[in-house]
Design a protein around this ligand. Structure first.
Ligand code: BTN
Length: 238
């Protein structure tokens, strides 16, 4: 395993993107000073308590197939958690939840060759391991420790890499059906919010290539959404 460990770095994803690292390199850090999350958010992680991991991969696939990388990353984390007895689900597109609480997040960043081939992808994973207290602005966090599992974050990169490698080797259809099986709120009507307001809907499809989510409302109308166009709502009592 080609593992590059930093004590302190701005962001393992930023380092993986700017460095000239070979295929399969893993960057980890005890502490990120500018850990980055989805939607331009920051990623908060207490020093040495969690896994902050970035994998460098050169997939040479079409940008239109980028959802495959998301599915592989999400499944690898659920696989890893399962070996510790933690039953997790994938909140579309790629947050990892235990019940209604987030235990891990994924930030995938690509550099393209031409305008449509993914030359390099950086799969950034933040997994809450030993942290039990979180800033109050983080909506619904949990961790392996809060799920009753005590493990050292140091032992996890190798485990996670082997699950990522396994999932990357699987046929796309297998990855997709496992992803669909493991979706959080995969059945039933739940509250969502889009540019027009709040509504109740159920997940009716996920596009295998683009990851576009289809939500069907109680009146039977279906709409499709790209990431960031819709948000699942969680009641504070849930
Ligand atoms: C999210 O918002 O849910 C995605 C969080 C991704 C965090 C990880 S930690 C390792 C890697 N480096 C970063 O700066 N972000 C990702």
């Amino acid at each position: 395993m080609n593992l590059v460990r930093f004590d302190t770095i701005d962001s393992t994803n930023s380092e993986a993107l700017r460095g000239n690292y070979p295929e399969g390199t893993i960057i980890t850090a005890e502490h990120q000073t500018n850990g980055r999350g989805q939607r331009g958010n920051s990623w908060n992680s207490k020093k040495s308590q969690n896994l902050t991991f970035s994998l460098v991969h050169y997939p040479n696939i079409h940008l239109a197939d980028s959802f495959q990388i998301s599915m592989v990353a999400a499944l690898a984390i659920t696989d890893l958690l399962k070996t510790f007895g933690i039953d997790s689900r994938i909140k579309w597109p790629n947050d990892i939840y235990v019940g209604n609480q987030k235990i891990a997040g994924i930030l995938i960043e690509n550099s393209l060759s031409g305008d449509s081939i993914i030359h390099k992808t950086v799969i950034g994973i933040g997994l809450n391991v030993r942290q039990t207290e979180f800033p109050s602005n983080i909506p619904n966090p949990t961790s392996m420790a809060l799920c009753g599992v005590d493990v050292s974050p140091e032992n996890l990169p190798e485990e996670l890499l082997s699950r990522l490698t396994f999932r990357f080797s699987e046929p796309k259809q297998t990855i997709y059906s496992r992803y669909r099986d493991l979706m959080w709120r995969k059945e039933g009507y739940y509250p969502y919010s889009d540019a027009e307001g709040n509504f109740m809907a159920k997940i009716s499809d996920v596009d295998i290539h683009t990851g576009r989510l289809s939500l069907t409302r109680e009146d039977g109308i279906t709409k499709q959404y790209y990431f960031k166009e819709v948000r699942a709502l969680i009641a504070s009592s849930e």
